[in-house]
Design a protein around this ligand. Structure first.
Ligand code: NDP
Length: 254
């Protein structure tokens, strides 16, 4: 069965790869990108090219998770066309690095906005249709923050991701009652194809990137393939591997 998928932050890195993998697996994938006419225009072109060359259904859609209006418009368009969203991937996120004394409250507010509050903007728009359908899968792209042991320079980012995890875990039981499954994916760290390490411009970035040299060759591909395998089942949660993924065990109660 082909599922209707929406993924946020699909212009680069994990989001772009996951969007392609899900499209390759036969799903209709709406790859959310902010400011498609300007900032992400090359990525829009790349998605169109990929779709054409691989004969898959990968579409880019303007979706800025920082704006409820943008989210509502994008999700509204998808629902108008398909009448449903089967898989929602909360992937948009970013990181700011620096020593503890340097972070400003504004930086922390921005981290929380993009990594935590944005998921709620999308939930507000997308979850009602899943509830009506009585099925669906919500995937939250988290980080190794959930395992503890925060390395230097990343505390506010990890705190934001931990808040997102808590939200996901707390919602999971409620969503399960409607028949909607939850997965939290912990990708480990990867540098290939990602802009994740170049946002803050702080010299500490170099240290972080060195520390985070990719430990798992082909990690993104493996995760993306796993998600692609998950989706057709309509959400049978399976562990990717103990190292890189943690899936919320859903309690009974539907
Ligand atoms: P990238 O920086 O390559 O991708 C982040 C994506 O989020 C981009 O598409 C970016 O869009 C998007 N984004 C940021 N702000 C917004 C916004 N307001 N509206 C819409 N999209 C937005 O990084 P990764 O692929 O590495 O990161 C993807 C996810 O994986 C993130 O949630 C990250 O926290 C998580 N992660 C990454 C790890 C890593 O080692 N790389 C490790 C663990 C987790 P734009 O192109 O417009 O900036």
């Amino acid at each position: 069965m082909s599922n209707v998928v929406v993924i946020t932050g699909a212009s680069s890195g994990f989001g772009a790869l996951t969007a392609r993998a899900l499209a390759d697996a036969g799903h209709t994938v709406h790859a959310g990108m902010r400011r498609t006419a300007t900032r992400n225009a090359p990525q829009v072109e790349a998605a169109a090219q990929y779709s054409k060359e691989h004969k898959v259904d990968l579409r880019s859609i303007e979706l800025d998770v920082a704006s409820q209006e943008s989210v509502d418009t994008a999700v509204g368009r998808i629902l108008d066309e398909h009448g449903r969203i089967d898989v929602l991937v909360h992937n948009a996120g970013h990181m700011v690095t620096g020593p503890a004394e340097a972070f400003t409250p504004e930086q922390l507010a921005d981290l929380y906005d993009v990594n935590v509050l944005s998921t709620q903007r999308v939930n507000r728009a997308a979850l009602p249709s899943m509830r009506r359908a009585g099925r669906g899968l919500v995937i939250w792209v988290s980080s190794s923050s959930v395992k503890g042991g925060t390395p230097p320079y990343l505390a506010p980012y990890f705190a934001a991701k931990a808040a997102m995890d808590s939200l996901a875990v707390s919602y999971a039981a409620e969503l399960a009652r409607w028949g909607v499954e939850t997965s939290i994916v912990v990708p480990g760290s990867f540098t290939s194809g990602t802009n994740h390490f170049s946002h803050s411009g702080h010299p500490a970035d170099r240290d972080v990137e060195a520390e985070y040299e990719t430990r798992y060759a082909g990690l993104m591909d493996r995760i993306a393939e796993k998600l692609a395998a998950l989706a057709p089942e309509g959400a049978e949660a399976t562990l990717v591997s103990d190292e890189i993924a943690r899936i919320v065990a859903l309690p009974d109660g539907r």
